[in-house]
Design a protein around this ligand. Structure first.
Ligand code: NAD
Length: 235
């Protein structure tokens, strides 16, 4: 069976109405990335950072999965464990579309991380209000989002899947954030066929075998159709 690893980034959620990371001005929603996506930024000004992610959480809760998220869930429905989706996104649009075999390597907006006890409770409300941790009762919750300089989640599981896959697909990611940006080179070194689906060409570490440009909402369903028809050719 063909094993597929799909890496997704902010671009897959763009057509749902979630803005991508790097706007044309180099800012994320008008903020310097150093201020809202680093542990130092949080230490300097926790209120700004908590309010920033509270706003991102509200936006994520107000949008719905698009055709690209749904196509990946359809692919999982057809090939099951042969597909792993590794997302850099902190929204929950993949799971709301129906994906289960999913790793949130940069954490999740809808979880908090307790700085007192390390619990990672689900989080629907605002952290700026300093809610109590449901595990230890302290009021030291931050967003469970991996910031620059922090270790992404589940790296061992991801790397094992990348080196073992037959096809590696990168969707809607600029390839600027490591270690995710290095996975195409790793997959290629271990013999995988590599595919990029992005609005525009990117400066990947190594060229993809197949690079297609266009909106994810069109490219991803078409690619999934190709994969499924190749797996079950008509007699
Ligand atoms: P990025 O913003 O750096 O790059 C987005 C990429 O998506 C670009 O290459 C762009 O050309 C492409 N793109 C934009 N619209 C597209 C579309 N409609 N179809 C296909 N491709 C499209 O995003 P990144 O590489 O994911 O950056 C990583 C960081 O951004 C992550 O750490 C993530 O946590 C954070 N982030 C997440 C979200 C989210 O959860 N939705 C949103 C913004 C930022």
């Amino acid at each position: 069976m063909t094993r597929i690893v799909v890496l997704t980034g902010a671009g897959i959620s763009a057509e749902s109405g979630v803005p991508t990371f790097r706007g044309p001005d180099g800012l994320w929603e008008g903020h310097d990335i150093e201020d809202v996506a680093t542990p130092e930024g949080f230490e300097r000004d926790p209120d700004t950072v908590l309010a920033f992610y509270d706003a991102r959480r509200r936006v994520a809760a107000s949008v719905v999965p698009n055709a690209a998220h749904r196509a990946l869930a359809r692919l999982e429905g057809a090939i099951g464990d042969d597909l792993l989706v590794v997302t850099q996104n902190v929204d929950d649009l993949h799971e709301r579309a129906g994906s289960h075999n999913l790793v949130h390597m940069h954490g999740e907006l809808f979880r908090a991380l307790c700085l007192a006890c390390g619990a990672r409770p689900t989080c629907d409300g605002d952290l700026i209000d300093r809610p109590h941790c449901p595990a230890c009762g302290e009021r030291m919750l931050r967003p469970d989002v991996v910031w620059f300089g922090e270790m992404p989640y589940d790296l061992e599981r991801i790397e094992q899947a990348v080196v073992a896959c037959d096809v590696f697909v990168s969707i809607g990611t600029s390839g600027a954030v490591y270690p995710a940006a290095g996975y195409v080179a790793l997959a290629a070194a271990f013999g995988a066929h590599t595919v990029e689906l992005n609005l525009e060409p990117t400066d990947a570490a190594v060229p993809f075998d197949d690079a297609r440009t266009g909106p994810a909402g069109e490219l991803v369903p078409a690619w999934v159709d190709e994969v499924l028809s190749a797996r079950s050719p008509r007699a």
